[in-house]
Each structure stands twice: as C-alpha cells, then as structure tokens.
Write a protein that binds this ligand. Structure first.
Ligand SMILES: [Zn+2]
Length: 282
C-alpha cells in the first residue's frame, strides 16, 4: 500500500494527489479487444498478471491561491477497497467545507461516488460542482439504463448528481472553470468525459481521468477497456490528448495508473506513446 497523499507544485499552485483506494481489475475488462497473443506478450513485458491488474484511484486537490478545487470525489461507499478520499483530505488539514469547486470528469462511480455521504447528503456542500452537459444528460436519461455497459452505474450516478440541485453547473465544450484550470472535452469513455488542464506560470499538468486506464493503452491506443461506451470516439480523444501531453511535455496525472500518485510524462514512441512515471524515490 502506497502513501495516502502526495504534494507537488504546478507553477504557484499547490497540488495534492489524494489516494482514494486500490482496486484490482482483469485484462478482459482493461483490454477488451486485444488479440490474445499480443496481450500475453505485452503482459510479460510489463510484468503484469492479467488476472490481477492493480489500479489506484488518484484524485487531485489544487489550491490556486484564490480557489480550492477538487477533481473527482472518489468512490465513496460504492466500491470496496476505495472511498478514502475524504478522510485523506482531512488528514491533510483540508475540510470538505473548504473546497469551493468540484470538477467531475465523468459519471462513473470511482469519480463521483464521493459526492454524497452514506446518508445521501452533499459532502462538499460549499462547492459548485461542474460536469459536462452531455454527461449529465446521458446519466439522467434512459440511454444510460438501456446500455448494458452503463446500466450497472446508473443508480450511483443519479444518487450522486441529483442531490446537488443548484450546486451543479453544466458545461459545454472547452471551458475555464477558475483562472488556470480548464476542462477539455475528451468523449468516448463516456459521452461527456472531460480531461482537466492545470496551468500556472510555465508549468502544466494534464489530468487525463479515464482517457487511458493503463500505460499499455498508450503503447496500443486501439486497445480499449470494456467500459468505453464509444471506443472509436475514445481513440480520437486519446490521440489528441497524448499528442498534446507529449508536445507540451506536460506533467500527467493518470487516475488509474499504478502506483499512486499516478504521475508521469507521455513520450511519443512509434505509432503510440509510452509512459514515463515520475521517479518517487526520495
Ligand atoms: Zn475511472
């Protein structure tokens, strides 16, 4: 088990990656369309047990000086092995009431399950909560119930979005949320999936959320997770995002990349990219 939080700076912004928990996934979920032999060879190269792929959930809080912004609220009570984000924030001296802005990258339980507590009350009760309009509409409509890929997550999305009422703001397209932090449409994983760009001075951090779940998705961008609702759209979002990350040499926080705090850089390599984790040795 890694640490529960990791502090770093982006320009003058103070950032803390917050560990929500660790969950094990399997290769059939992560690389749904990967040819068996190629996957076996890739797994060997990455020293990966296809039946036990570890994933941290790595949320992020940013103090810009003017705003206290949380990106994703973790799984709350919805996923065993996770749901520690709020406690870990408090450990760092950050009360839920001190967060003024919550950015929700998409409607899956590991990203918004911590919006409400066990009693259904809004946890970050002083915060405006931002989500893409397309995302809100998807999880609020029958489309999410009628798709077997999203049906299991509908109850969680609705129970964590509906209580927000007028604290919820819907955004359409690319949008600056507070000075230095902007949301970037990257649809495909879900219809309104968003990445977040954090910039201060000359420095830049790209929070990719679930545009990729594992470094292998950089090397084999066409291998998609079973969770992607529109794999073709996800592929074009992924390519735009990683070209941007590689060109700008941006620091990247990849929510699911092991180990926590999931920080690294994306390097162009052949027809894809490769992941270079930040060296965490003290
Ligand atoms: Zn996720």
């Amino acid at each position: 088990m890694g640490t529960e939080s990791y502090r770093f700076n982006v320009g003058s912004f103070e950032c803390i990656a917050i560990h929500d928990g660790d969950v094990i996934y399997t290769a059939d979920k992560y690389f749904a369309n990967a040819p068996e032999e190629q996957l076996a060879e890739m797994a060997r190269r990455h020293r990966l047990d296809p039946q036990r792929i570890p994933s941290p959930y790595s949320g992020l809080v940013i103090n810009t000086g003017a705003h206290s912004v949380l990106i994703d609220t973790g799984a709350g009570k919805w996923i065993p092995g996770a749901g520690r984000l709020r406690d870990n924030l408090e450990q760092k001296g950050i009360a839920a009431a001190a967060i003024d802005t919550v950015i929700l990258t998409h409607g899956h339980p590991d990203h918004l399950g911590g919006n409400t507590n066990a009693s259904g009350e809004v946890v970050f009760h002083n915060a405006r909560h931002i989500i893409a309009k397309d995302e809100w509409e998807y999880w609020s409509s029958d489309a999410s119930l009628n798709n077997p890929k999203s049906q299991p997550f509908v109850a969680c999305a609705r129970q964590n979005l509906q209580p927000l009422h007028d604290q919820l703001e819907l955004v359409d397209g690319e949008r600056e949320i507070v000075p230095g932090i902007r949301m970037l449409p990257t649809p495909g994983h879900t219809p309104g999936h968003m990445a977040v760009v954090v910039s201060s001075g000359q420095e830049e951090l790209l929070y990719i959320s679930d545009a990729a779940l594992h470094p292998i998705h950089l090397e084999q961008p066409a291998w998609y997770p079973a969770y992607d609702l529109d794999p073709d759209q996800a592929l074009s979002s992924k390519c735009r995002l990683f070209d941007f990350a590689a060109t700008d040499s941006a620091l990247v926080l990849a929510f699911h990349f092991s180990p926590f705090p999931s920080l690294g850089h994306v390097i162009k390599q052949g027809s894809g990219w490769r992941w270079e984790p930040v060296d965490m040795t003290p």
